[in-house]
Ligand binder design. Structure first.
Ligand code: G3P
Length: 218
């Protein structure tokens, strides 16, 4: 499973890239706003740090303007994936870009029918939002199971399932069990993945016992 980080904070991205865990980055207009940075500058910096796909989202809602914005964003670096919303114009843009060999991430997916449309439009990634479905009382992970199953029925579909709106480690583990291709994870949740109380307890015991030996290795 590929791990992307869902942030536009360059310091966090640098720290995670140094661990070797990071296969890509996703951003969205809210994350760019939170960073307080210019989108072109911050995406360029991220692309220098992470060689994998870096999603940069168009802000337009109409096809012609989406294509114009995509032309600007894709010039930043070859690893930019253009992110478009799952609308008619978004999918038309996805189709046009994918015909030119540009990576496209179709975002704001909340149904299996939408995911099927994105695959037919040539999306590189489909981004179903699990946390936001949970927020309205629907099971976000059921959507991932449906999409993974549907895509598996058609080997011609090359679209990767990119689980988004992840809020906790359980979302990630469930997605991995279902065989989702990618998870985009907030930095805070990535940090949570390391922790287990028995790891802390075991290490504390080892340190105490090691001190009793009076030895040092290096
Ligand atoms: O980047 C898209 C998605 O991951 C957003 O997550 O937490 O704002 O629902 P969230």
């Amino acid at each position: 499973m590929k791990f992307f980080v869902d942030t536009a904070e360059i310091a966090e991205i640098r720290e995670l890239a140094a661990t070797g865990l990071l296969d890509g980055v996703t951003t969205n207009p809210s994350l760019i706003a939170k960073s307080g940075r210019n989108i072109l500058e911050v995406i360029a910096e991220i692309c220098e740090v992470v060689p994998g796909p870096v999603s940069a989202e168009v802000a337009a809602t109409e096809y012609d303007q989406m294509l114009k914005e995509a032309a600007v964003l894709r010039k930043i670096a070859p690893n930019v994936a253009i992110k478009v919303p799952l609308t008619q114009d978004g999918l038309r843009t996805c189709y046009a870009l994918s015909q030119e060999g540009v990576m496209v991430n179709v975002t704001l997916c909340f149904s299996a029918a939408q995911a099927l449309l994105a695959a037919k439009a040539g999306a590189t990634f489909i981004s179903p939002f699990v946390g936001r479905l949970d927020d309205i009382g629907q099971n976000g992970m059921d959507l991932i199971a449906d999409i993974v199953q549907i895509y598996a029925n058609y080997p011609a579909i090359k679209t990767e399932v990119l689980v988004a709106s992840i809020r906790n480690p359980i979302h990630l583990i469930e997605a991995a069990k279902m065989g989702a291709d990618v998870a985009t994870i907030p930095p805070g949740v990535i940090k949570q993945l390391y922790g287990h109380p028995l790891t802390d307890e075991g290490l504390a015991t080892f340190l105490v016992d090691w001190a009793k030996t009076g030895q040092s290795i290096a």
